[in-house]
Design a protein around this ligand. Structure first.
Ligand code: F6R
Length: 615
């Protein structure tokens, strides 16, 4: 849940590392730090706060020259966010310095043993324990740094992506990973180390992604050596050419990444189905599905595992798969699934959904499903991510980098991809008539332009946000395919504006939440034309009688809800099945504007991080 960056080469390392850390702030942003080697000594600057606070400290602080360095942006696990707990951390001798993303679960035992041997600790972190363990191993075994790191890592339980530097060996950095991502950028006479490729993409397109249990010995003017930490075998480095470009990871004129990503949805949805959907030929083709079609078709059930917004996309998919392909679907929080004893066997297909492809709970759920013999299919956005590698097969959403912590385009592209899969299976199983199949294909292709139309409600949504920004609670209601959208709308509002919000199936309102309704309660109701419309109108009447404020998301031209609701936001007509791709948009905009009007940091909401690589 932290971001790490390292550089070894011929350029000044500080600006590269600081810029890189800014790009990684989506992974955590409660403190930041940098260690630079100036040819004689290591200078560390670190602070509680964001990378911009670190920059300020650098400007007013000590020497930050040097062509070798490591930096860190933190999301606290062990020890509160403060200057001392910020990374990098020194070993007791002052020779070793480390940055770490992950958790060392047995750090307390190791710390006790080291304390018994005279080590003292400045911080409350597990990372300072790790760097001292490495030092202890190095001294006792008279090992080179690489060997010491390897031996030490074999003693720890937990997850890590680390970079370690030794003052006595100033031409090398050791990097290693288990459970947390780590990429090495390979340039001409220079190397970069980072949690993802964004910090080095303007310097090199060549990257090595370390696998779990691998460590890299990165030396100036030498080839990088990669070794398996457990079995000590050398691994040949696989250098990938990256397609990512710099504009994709910058704001492109928008005030915030979240707004940019909301507006990118028409293109992102197109990118998801591009090359997979051929409407004129009536074909959906995805290699990851095609290669395992029989497995999907013979599945006794599909279990979807995911967290947060991705879990909501899974809930939409449950409706879609069951309606189109008539395969029973269960949707599980990955964090729950992994700790119970789920009934999963080799007759099951498990679909893991994850934007980042790094969510620890989802990864653990995948491992459990595999152990039970299930076929596991990944739906990820980040290419080369851990989940995409851990699954038997999968498909990328191709939404492009999502930097804003609140997920937006990831949600709609996940739904698009899962709908494509469901349609493909329905076609193969014959559970959908040819005419319905073709109708959905044609309609899917119209979705991007319909999303563009919904985005025109931008100003109207802002105006509605102005009216309700000071409410303490919101309720979101939807039915059927739009029930998960209600959950997602509530999550978006909570996470970036800190207003309490709940999503409910509209009919459940009368079983409890109705007691909350009074003239101060704004209620967002998804009431599109197809799908229980009359029932939802009755629910809206019930809200009206209790003086609740109604914001209706309705189909263009609607008159009935318009006559009752306080506000309406129109979306173009669509089938019920595809309507979540449209109804979600105004809810994203509403939460964005409310958060902006309340002066909240929408791209980096408090206590959150984009990629949750800890349990
Ligand atoms: C909400 C949000 C989170 C993520 C969740 C799973 O806006 O971003 O709830 O959806 O942490 O993340 P991924 O999809 O990366 O596994």
């Amino acid at each position: 849940m932290c971001g790490i960056v390292g550089y070894i080469g011929y350029r000044e390392a500080q600006p590269i590392i600081v810029k890189g850390l800014k790009r990684l702030e989506y992974r955590g942003y409660d403190s930041a730090g940098i260690a630079l080697f100036d040819g004689k000594e290591i200078n560390v600057t670190k602070t509680k706060g964001k990378v911009s606070d670190l920059e300020e400290k650098i400007l007013n602080g000590n020497n930050t020259s040097g062509t070798i360095g490591i930096g860190h942006t933190r999301w606290a696990t062990h020890g509160i966010p403060n200057d001392v707990n910020s990374h990098p951390h020194y070993s007791n001798s002052g020779d070793l310095v480390i940055i770490h993303n992950g958790i060392i679960e047995n750090y307390a035992t190791i710390k006790q043993e080291l304390e018994n041997r005279g080590y003292v600790f400045q911080s409350d972190t597990d990372t300072e324990v790790l760097v001292n363990l490495i030092e202890d191993v190095q001294k006792n075994g008279n090992f080179k740094l690489g060997k010491a790191v390897q031996v030490a890592l074999n003693q720890v339980i937990g997850a890590y992506a680390i970079a370690v530097f030794d003052l006595k060996k100033p031409n090398e950095i050791i990097a290693a990973r288990l459970g947390s991502p780590l990429a090495i950028g390979v340039g001409e006479g220079e190397f970069f180390i980072a949690s993802d490729a964004s910090p080095f993409i303007e310097y090199t397109n060549n990257a090595i992604y370390l696998e779990d249990e691998e460590m890299a010995i990165i030396r100036l003017h030498k080839d990088t050596k990669i070794r398996n930490i457990t079995n000590d075998r050398l691994v040949s480095p696989y250098v990938q050419e990256l397609k990512l470009n710099l504009e994709e990871i910058e704001k492109g004129g928008y005030e915030h990444f979240m707004l940019k990503e909301i507006f990118e949805q028409p293109e992102a949805i197109k990118d998801t189905y591009r090359g997979r959907l051929n409407v004129s030929k009536g074909i959906i083709k995805m290699a990851g599905v095609e290669d395992h079609l029989e497995t999907f078709l013979n599945a006794q059930k599909i279990t979807i595992v995911a967290c947060g917004t991705s879990w909501h996309a899974g809930l939409v998919a449950e409706y879609v798969f069951e309606k189109l392909a008539r395969i029973p679907v269960e949707v599980e929080y990955a964090s729950e699934f992994r700790y119970r004893n789920p009934v999963i066997s080799n007759k099951d297909v498990v679909i893991a959904i994850s934007q980042s492809g790094e969510t620890a709970d989802t990864l653990a759920a995948i491992k459990l499903a595999k152990e039970n013999g299930a076929f596991v299919f990944g739906v990820c956005n980040v290419v080369g991510s851990s989940i995409s590698r851990e699954t038997h097969s999968g498909a990328y959403t191709h939404a492009g980098p999502e930097i804003g912590v609140a997920s937006t385009k990831a949600f709609t592209t996940q739904i698009t991809l899962l709908t494509l899969i469901a349609l493909r299976l329905a076609k193969a199983k014959g559970t959908l008539s040819n005419s319905d199949y073709k109708r959905y294909l044609v309609e899917l292709e119209t979705i991007p332009s319909k999303v563009e139309e919904v985005l025109e409600a931008d100003k109207l949504t802002k105006m509605i946000g102005e009216i309700y920004k000071d409410a303490s609670n919101f309720l979101y209601l939807g039915r059927g395919f739009n029930f998960p959208v209600a959950l997602e709308g509530a999550l978006k509002l909570k996470e970036i504006s800190y207003i309490h919000a709940e999503g409910y199936p509209a009919a459940e309102m009368k079983h409890g939440p109705i007691a909350l309704i009074d003239e101060n309660m704004p209620i967002v109701v998804i009431a599109t034309k197809y799908g229980h419309y009359e029932k939802i109108v009755s629910n809206i009447q019930e809200i009206k009688s209790r003086k609740g404020k109604i914001i209706g998301i309705v189909t263009k031209g609607d008159t009935q809800v318009k006559s009752i609701a306080d506000h309406i936001i129109e979306v173009p007509e669509s089938s019920e099945l595809l309507s979540p791709l449209l109804t979600t948009i105004p809810l994203q905009l509403l939460s964005y504007y409310i958060a902006i009007l309340l002066n909240k940091n929408v791209d980096q909401p408090r206590n959150l991080a984009k990629s949750v690589t800890v349990e």
